[in-house]
Design a protein around this ligand. Structure first.
Ligand code: ADP
Length: 254
């Protein structure tokens, strides 16, 4: 794989809430075109980190340079080059999906082909529906479509598949892969290790506000094995998820 330039450079990033330091001077880079994952237990500081990079939370110490722009100094410029998933509460109840995408794009002074965007997230047939009629997986895909209206260079996805059924998760994985193929850099958080292993070129593992490991999933696994790690039991060639998908199929249900 050719190495892209560093599109995000994070140095000494720090966040305090009262007397608690939640993000403790972390540094890392994200390369252009890669899928970069941030993993870690609840409360590790992942969302706070993402939101500082997205110029949604103030930075107490350190810096983030995104595509050459200092995030703290030029938050407005950042908003034009990043895609952030909207929470479904941000959708307008009585506006169709198609019209909503046109509206969101207009906030950035852009024109979009809403049908093409909806097609890219497998929601073409819902173009004239209202958000309240969508299933969880459909809402997630629509929120990704809404994050793409400004043709971002970097897309941020905070736990994109949490709460989805196995079919919807697989379709979202395919969507993320296709977004990467379009050259968009993706930064995501997840609690699903198989998802991180499948999607991410590189990962940072965060715990208690610090990055405790950073590498490709393959290298992290190799390093663990090199340290003499052995699984307590031989792993079966199939698991319950394989059974479930075999029985219920890969097709999206709604
Ligand atoms: P993660 O995304 O890894 O679960 P968060 O970044 O959401 O972690 O939260 C890290 C810690 O910071 C948690 O202990 C959380 O309670 C705390 N925290 C997050 N946002 C705020 C806030 N606005 N004010 C005070 N504490 C916060």
């Amino acid at each position: 794989m050719t190495k892209g330039k560093d599109i995000i450079v994070v140095e000494g990033l720090t966040k305090r809430y009262g007397n608690t330091t939640t993000v403790k001077g972390i540094s890392f880079t994200v390369r252009e075109g890669e899928v970069f994952g941030i993993l870690g237990p609840n409360g590790a500081g992942k969302t706070t980190t993402l939101e500082m990079i997205e110029a949604l939370r103030s930075i107490d110490e350190g810096s983030v340079i995104l595509d050459g722009i200092d995030v703290a100094k030029h938050p407005q410029k950042i908003r034009h080059i990043i895609g952030i998933q909207l929470q479904s509460s941000a959708f307008y109840d009585k506006v169709t999906l198609r019209e909503q995408l046109v509206m969101f794009a207009s906030f950035y002074g852009k024109q979009v082909d809403p049908m093409e965007l909806l097609r890219s997230v497998e929601l073409e047939d819902k173009a004239n529906s209202y958000p309240e009629k969508l299933s969880g997986g459909q809402k997630q895909r629509f929120s990704i479509a809404s994050a793409l209206v400004n043709e971002p260079r970097v897309l941020f996805l905070d736990e994109p598949t949490t709460g989805l059924d196995p079919q919807a998760r697989r379709h979202l994985w395919d969507l993320i892969k296709s977004i990467k193929k379009r050259g968009i850099t993706v930064v995501l958080t997840s609690h699903y290790m198989e998802e991180a292993q499948l999607l991410c070129d590189r990962l940072a593992i965060m715990d208690s506000g610090k990055i405790i490991a950073m590498d490709s999933p393959k290298k992290m696994i190799k390093d663990l094995l090199d340290r003499g790690f052995k699984k307590p039991e031989v792993v079966e060639q199939a698991d319950l998820e394989d059974v479930y998908i075999d029985l219920t199929g890969k097709a999206l249900r709604e």
